[in-house]
Design a protein around this ligand. Structure first.
Ligand SMILES: O=C(O)C1=C[C@@H](OP(=O)(O)O)[C@@H](O)[C@H](O)C1
Ligand SMILES: C=C(OP(=O)(O)O)C(=O)O
Length: 426
């Protein structure tokens, strides 16, 4: 991939696209199919760095996975939850889902596992998950006793019991615990301690667990009871296109005054990020929900006040759109965005200012007041979403250069090709 890319301005964008498979659903389906008995065929799967590190780690614990990249299918022959590790290393790059889900999964095996990632992953917290797994009887700690990876697991099955889990930093801890829980020796009872961010992802987790045939009780996303010694049943499973990736194309319609249809998603999608369309509607766009697609038509935009705690991966997209609105946009509820691929509040504010906006940083969000746009060289901080979202500004403003565009390979390796196609600039 080139070192930088200058976005070509274009007129109103009209077209339709089916983005690649959902990262969140692909990595959940992989974990669950790996623990299942039998062979599962996953269709519409994502091929990207975040799914590759998951596949590589699961293969290390003896799960046979055939990957047909051209057909976007994964054939997963599960190990039924029986696996061993002899000082086994798992390298997880910067995939939060993989790190948190595989940490919980590793406690189900026998032996020693070490989970590590790139430098940024070593700064992303995991302490709350470690504490909850310890409450369930796991022998687990962080290598440097700093509540961040590398994680060390000495496993001999997960006893089970009761645990309290904090949910204010990441929902992925709870999702990881939930997916591993049916394989515990006894019943697992989980109680969320305090605020829970990114709730739609937890609902996605319980939904897919049930789809693969396990029982659990759930009380308003606060309390969960999961009987132990269950097994997932292998099955064919179709993965939705990625709704966070779709936000860039809906955003492109909004900023260019065009009309873009995203195929394969609907209001009933398992991914909460389809809620981004409601945010665009609040800003003035027309949104049409069909049975198997969602179309956004750009209209004059106005600033809004919005809590994005449930759809935090689309904050950067909304911030890019906000630069084209009349009046300020206030985003709140996303303090946890400081712990993602980069500090998605502080670093985002910095790049928006380069483009001409005035930005007031809040502890849990920001107020963006649009100003006259100007050319800028956008630092991406190795964050795929910084690259994909701020590229939208270049569709209208000449001279927007995205540095290190290859960072989109984390979830969307062909993003810039797909953007150029839909803009007619390829
Ligand atoms: O469970 C998931 O698949 C995800 C949960 C969210 O993380 P947090 O729960 O840390 O907000 C989201 O940002 C991430 O991209 C995917
Ligand atoms: C936060 C993200 O990813 P993860 O936490 O899975 O690394 C993301 O994809 O925006």
């Amino acid at each position: 991939m080139v070192a930088e890319i200058e976005i070509a301005p274009c007129g109103p964008i009209t077209g339709s696209i089916r983005p690649p498979g959902s990262k969140s659903l692909t990595n959940r389906a992989l974990i669950i199919a790996a623990l299942a008995e039998g062979t599962s065929l996953l269709t519409g799967a994502l091929e990207s760095e975040d799914t590759e590190v998951m596949i590589d780690s699961l293969r290390r614990i003896g799960v046979k996975i055939d990957h047909d990249a051209a057909a976007h299918t994964l054939t997963v022959c599960g190990n039924g939850g029986t696996f061993a590790g002899d000082n086994m290393e798992m390298f997880i790059a910067n995939s939060g889902t993989s790190m948190r889900f595989l940490t919980a999964l590793a406690t189900l095996g026998e032996g020693n596992f070490r989970l590590d990632g790139i430098a940024r992953m070593r700064e992303r917290p995991i302490g709350d998950l470690i504490v909850a797994l310890q409450q369930l009887g796991a022998k687990i700690r962080t290598e440097h006793d700093n509540a961040c990876p590398p994680v060390l697991v000495t496993a001999s099955g997960l006893p089970g019991g009761r645990a309290k889990i904090a949910g204010n930093i990441s929902s992925q801890y709870l999702s990881g615990l939930l997916m591993a829980a049916p394989y515990a020796q006894g019943t697992v009872e989980l109680e969320v301690d305090g605020e829970l961010v990114s709730q739609p992802y937890v609902r996605m987790t319980t939904h897919i667990m049930r789809d693969f045939g396990v029982d659990l009780e759930e009380n308003d996303c606060r309390r969960f009871v999961i009987p132990g010694q269950q097994t997932y049943q292998a099955r064919p499973y179709a993965i939705e296109p990625d709704a966070s990736a779709a936000s860039y194309f809906w955003g492109a319609a909004a900023v260019s005054g065009g009309k873009v249809t995203v195929a394969g998603l609907s209001r009933d999608a398992l991914q909460g990020d389809v809620g981004f369309c409601d945010a665009l509607a609040q800003m003035g766009c027309q949104v049409d929900y069909q049975a198997d697609s969602i179309t956004v038509t750009g209209q004059p935009l106005h600033g809004i006040e919005i809590d994005m705690g449930e759809i935090s991966d689309t904050v950067q997209t909304l911030a890019a759109v906000a630069l084209f609105a009349t009046g300020p946009t206030k985003i709140t509820g996303v303090a946890h965005n400081r712990h993602k691929e980069t500090d998605r509040i502080g670093d985002l504010a910095c790049e928006l200012q380069k483009l001409g906006a005035t930005v007031e940083e809040l502890p849990d969000g920001m107020i963006i007041t649009p100003g006259p746009l100007r050319p800028a060289r956008i630092e991406t901080y190795n964050d795929h979403r910084m690259a994909m979202s701020l590229a939208l500004v270049g569709l209208r403003q000449p001279g927007v250069v995205i540095l290190n565009p290859g960072c989109t390979s984390k979830t969307y390796p062909l993003f810039f090709e797909d953007l150029a196609k839909i803009c007619g600039t390829s």
